[in-house]
Design a protein around this ligand. Sequence first.
Ligand code: AKG
Length: 276
Amino acid sequence: MAAHWERRLPTLPAEMAEHGAVWLQGVLDPPMIAALAEAVERCRTAPGRHYRRLSPEGVPPLESELFRWADTPASRALGTGGPLPAIAASVFGADTVILMEDQWFRSAAGAEQESPWHQDHPYHPLEPVFLTVWLPLDPVPAGAGLKLVRGSHRGPIFAPVEFSTTAATLGDDSGTAGLAPAEAMAAAVRDRWAPPARPGDAVLIDSRTLHAAGGACDTLFRRLSFRFAPIETRITPRAWPVATFWSDHAHSAVPGAALESPAFPAVAALDQPAFR
Ligand SMILES: O=C(O)CCC(=O)C(=O)O
């Protein structure tokens, strides 16, 4: 019998269009969660170029890293088969999607650093809208889960916000022309939604939906964000700084270039979960 989240696949496009965020329960099973949590620990001991400590030195850290799916079997399996591509394909009404990036976040017990309120969209020179799938791997410390402003995907695009207090995650300081300032974003967050997601659950986020996470954690709190884009996604240069890693990709400076490429592969939505 299909899992509850599988039965919701047909209604995801309408739910995402209305709310800009959806909470799905029981997407990952315990062996998957354990393998992914262990993968975070392994990545952390051998960090790559896209690792950042997001909190100041000298306090329990919030750490994060992008693009480990290529050398991390559990992340590769999650990004290229099983439930996540199937969910993304349902959201986009497609058979194939692009795996944009994987990102892990790890708040040590005692960490206090938050991932600030932001939208994912302005960090990327891409159109159209893409999808983030947020996955807690540990029980969520009270108040440190994902918070979202449902419906904000229909509002303005806000200026991207720097996540790191140590090493920049945003590119050059070319201004934020045409974007509303952060105070406008803060004003918008009165009406926030905090789905009580547990390990195994997934929260789907439209790339324009305002959200934040983390903060004071009394216990270890690891989570993943996997981002998927529609297959027709094109490079759309921005008049503001985007994530630093885009300068690694020559085609990111070519307006109208297809995103799909070896670094951003197309993945098919499979009928059978491939992650076992
Ligand atoms: O879990 C977190 O701390 C932040 C996740 C997030 O905001 C994102 O992936 O866009």
